[in-house]
Design a protein around this ligand. Sequence first.
Ligand code: GRF
Length: 199
Amino acid sequence: MRIAVLVSGGGSNLQSLIDNASDCYEIVLVISDRQHAFGLERAKKHGIDACCVGLKNFGDAKNDEILRLLTEYRIDAVVLAGYLSILPDFIVNKFEHKIINIHPSLIPSFCGMGFYGHKVHEAVFKSGVKITGATVHFVNAGVDTGEIILQESVAISDETPEEIAKKVLVLEHRLLPHALNLLCNNKIKTEHNRTIICE
Ligand code: GRF
């Protein structure tokens, strides 16, 4: 499958997809909404076409340009890997059950509007929970509300938000390639707002 990865920051999840590439998917395009996202550099270093499509250079036409690129590159599935913008319905609906996202908590906890990046780990720290983790889920019209595909948890005690983030990132780098392989091998079935994984 031809894959597009959308990033906004450092791109360590993109790197894990590159490092764990299998014969069932090829990353052919990386798009960032931030001009200086290091994820763009990671893509270019591996010979993957990469570009910035953001409000600064495309304004209101940003999402039209994203869809144009996904079409031009004949994209089969999209991975949101630290992508901080919300995809509009006209893109989500065109790629139903073909867009996955990595979220740095155990959905449905610590997710939804306002819960992104480090804000997630700060909320986890303040809450005093004893486990956190990461989730890969399908992207639908909501925010972090698509069917959950994979989750992995990790125990926490007195870690700082920064230490929590590091622990969770290790899980993310394992879960995302696994989920993409499942998707590309058509091993994820969905029914009644849940997934059935056919490993
Ligand atoms: C990760 O914690 C990811 O879950 C969140 O953004 C953070 C940075 O990811 N969405 P990356 O290093 O840019 O892949």
